[in-house]
Design a protein around this ligand. Structure first.
Ligand code: ADP
Ligand code: MG
Length: 685
């Protein structure tokens, strides 16, 4: 077995299980090994009820005195049991596990383990694990990997497969040059790989993680350099001069561009008409007005007879861009055609769209990554804009180059990172920053409250709705349990409908809905028909509904602060005063302190780094502050130091051996090729 072997070569993995792994993007043994745990579970000794702490995963010894009760609620069986210890109570709830009634027999003792929560003054645990005391004794003080899962695939299956792969594989030899490893004090590769999946102690885990994070950044930076070299010699094959049409669009806007927008638009115009192909990143916080800049560039391209494409990470966003481009065309009296291309279109619709794209009838094309699939060929592609690019990665440019196309590339990102890091991460791109919000914006008012405030919040929401506004409510997340998450959103919506009866229309949105359904709901929210949208974090990125004035987040303590900041960016996009209500499900002081950071600042990077300071290094596993560039293990925020070190080492290495020709760099060169192959394979999915 080697890194490229298919999953079915692992003992115990048949075709059926392999398909489940495929769904998570794991096709080969190598991909499995770099599917790192999301977090680790350390099994600690059971505590007494007096030592229960909210929001912590804890174990207790449960003496069962009375059989649990099982109730049917719609299609859900809810089993409840109350444990008592010296007059203190702990309330346990399980969903769809009716057999527990028999397992938890009176007179027996179990170790019950789960996240402890305080709800309405009571200690509760939802879906806790149940172990016999002997079984628990064996787990005690071990660290168990927790993997991201998909429906039908259990943590045990993934963990077992990893164990077998590690045991059977001729592991990769160390490929980092000795001097790099020594200088950076990096653990050996195979040790790191084993330890990240099966840590024995915390200190080893920290070393292992550091090594793998370094590798990931190092390989990334080395490949970026190749892209940069290509970009530097790529002559501008799509010269786009200043156009009348762009001025017409500008003139038709109901507002004036901010100073920052003007500056960035000028930089883009210079690129478009300059000697080399444009490769530019626009960085601008949520709501800074990146879309209109993209539209200006697209219109300029179309005016010179080139096609312009705009890619969005989700179907909902693609449709939104399509709508706003059409609106801009109408409002400015321009007659460029706007074509949509997404995965959920019917085969016939797609065929027709392909035809119009190929024969040049389509001037502007908006879509999801369906746009860069092989079946799409452009008539005369001159500009590609990608929105929220961290969902895409920077490499799709190569996909175009492979088709013999050299369009200008404009990348838009709302992830706020300091300039020093941006230069490393986007080494192949020129960077423009929109560091100014439209003046008409009122700052968002924030508050962090507990659950007792919920009714007050609803009354407030009622007033906003009466004033014509719209509302987002983001529902609690349910870790690793998409079924429950769905249940939560649906239940919550039903309760909300009682509070807000007709004609106030309340709808929900969650990740398991079909694309077409999501689009329909989003469309109705955009048009104002739906007044309250209850959702999971699927609305996180890019959605623009300026009339929405309230963002209420339930169980805010379960979210990363950077994510909450993104959610907050969904409101305050129009002229209305907007509000963010973070409802904390716990009265834990630490949690409050964390959430209060959001109150103090609107600066995404500051927020993420303060969050880290409060958490401390022991708490870093499993928290990813950003999905930036989708690194597998490295996090641009938490691992900024390693990122800088990797960048320094890459520069040193390339100075000594620019083409990696030295004998001691051959292994690295081979690994780099493998990395680039993998990256490209993913991009063209
Ligand atoms: P983001 O940068 O998050 O993508 P958008 O481009 O979606 O932001 O813009 C947010 C809102 O701000 C849109 O409704 C847009 O019409 C509006 N907008 C953009 N530029 C300006 C401006 N200079 N003045 C006022 N409103 C603006
Ligand atoms: Mg946007």
């Amino acid at each position: 077995m080697n890194h490229d072997s298919p999953m079915t070569e692992i003992k115990g993995i048949g075709e059926k299980t392999a398909t489940l792994f495929h769904r998570m993007g794991i096709h080969t043994v190598g991909e499995l090994l770099s599917y790192y745990p999301r977090a680790y579970d350390t099994y600690e000794a059971p505590v007494t009820f007096a030592n229960l702490q909210a929001e912590r995963v804890q174990a207790v010894t449960g003496f069962i005195r009375k059989r649990p009760e099982a109730k049917k609620l719609k299609n859900l069986t809810v089993t409840t049991l109350t444990l008592e210890e010296f007059g203190a109570y702990l309330h346990l709830t399980w969903f769809n596990m009716p057999f527990l009634k028999n397992t938890l027999a009176p007179g027996s003792t179990f170790i019950i383990r789960g996240r402890v929560q305080k709800k309405k003054g009571k200690w509760v645990m939802e879906q806790p694990e149940i172990h016999t005391p002997t079984a628990y004794q064996e787990l005690l003080h071990t660290m168990q990997p927790i993997y991201g899962l998909t429906a039908g695939l259990s943590n045990k299956t993934v963990s077992k497969a990893v164990g077998r792969a590690l045991a059977d594989l001729n592991l990769n030899p160390e490929y980092l040059p000795e001097h790099v490893r020594m200088d950076q004090e990096l653990a050996e590769y195979n040790f790191a790989l084993r330890t990240i999946h099966y840590p024995v102690k915390q200190e080893d885990l920290i070393l292992a993680r550091k090594r793998l994070v370094f590798d990931e950044f190092f390989l990334f930076i080395l490949s970026l350099r190749r892209l940069k070299e290509q970009a530097e010699v790529q002559k501008n094959e799509c010269p786009i001069e200043r156009t009348e049409e762009a001025s017409k669009l500008l003139g038709s806007l109901p507002y004036e561009l901010t100073g920052a927008q003007k500056k960035v638009w000028k930089e883009i115009q210079e690129d478009l008409s300059g000697p080399r192909t444009m490769n530019r990143l626009i960085q601008g916080d949520v709501g800074s007005g990146k879309t209109v800049i993209a539209a200006l560039a697209l219109v300029s391209a179309a005016a010179q007879g080139f096609q312009g494409a705009m890619m969005a990470p989700t179907e909902v966003l693609a449709r939104q861009h399509e709508a706003s481009l059409r609106e801009l065309m109408e409002q400015s009296g321009l007659s460029f055609s706007v074509e949509l291309l997404t995965g959920s279109m019917t085969a016939k619709e797609k065929r027709e769209a392909y035809a119009r794209i190929e024969n040049g009838q389509a001037d502007l094309v908006v879509g999801t990554h369906a746009l860069i699939q092989d079946s799409v060929s452009f008539h005369r592609l001159g500009l590609v804009v990608t929105d929220e690019q961290h969902r895409f990665g920077v490499r799709q440019r190569e996909t175009f180059a492979d088709k013999g196309l050299f369009p200008h590339v404009l990348v838009m990102s709302a992830t706020p990172i300091p300039r020093t890091l941006a230069i490393i991460l986007y080494g192949d791109l020129d960077i423009s920053v929109i560091d100014e919000l439209p003046a008409s914006r009122l700052p968002i008012k924030n508050c962090v409250v507990d659950e007792s405030y919920r009714e007050t919040a609803y009354r407030f929401i009622g007033k906003e709705i009466a004033a014509g506004r719209q509302i987002y409510i983001v529902c609690p997340m349910v870790e690793d349990n998409p079924e429950l998450e769905l249940e939560n959103v649906v239940d919550y919506t039903e309760k909300l409908r009682e509070w807000f009866p007709d004609p106030v229309s309340v709808a929900y949105l969650h990740g398991k809905m079909k694309a077409a359904e999501k689009n329909e709901i989003m469309q109705q929210f955009v048009s104002g028909k739906i007044r309250i949208l209850v959702s999971t974090t699927v609305i996180e990125v890019g959605v623009n509904v300026p009339n929405a004035s309230v963002m209420m987040v339930e169980n805010a303590e379960r979210f990363g602060l950077a994510q909450l900041h993104q959610l907050r960016g969904r409101v305050g996009r129009g002229k209305h005063q907007s509000y963010c209500i973070f409802v904390s499900g716990t009265d834990n002081k630490e949690t409050r302190k964390r959430l209060e950071i959001l109150n103090r600042s609107n600066d995404g990077f500051y927020i993420a780094s303060e969050d880290l300071k409060l958490r401390g290094p022991g708490d870093l596993f499993g928290i990813r502050q950003s999905g930036l560039l989708e690194f597998k293990i490295g996090d641009v925020f938490t691992d900024a130091g390693i990122l800088k070190a990797a960048s320094g080492e890459a520069a040193k290495l390339l100075e000594r051996d620019p083409d990696l020709e030295l004998e001691e760099h051959q292994m690295l060169k081979a690994r780099l090729r493998q990395y680039q192959r993998e990256g490209l394979a993913k991009m063209s999915l």
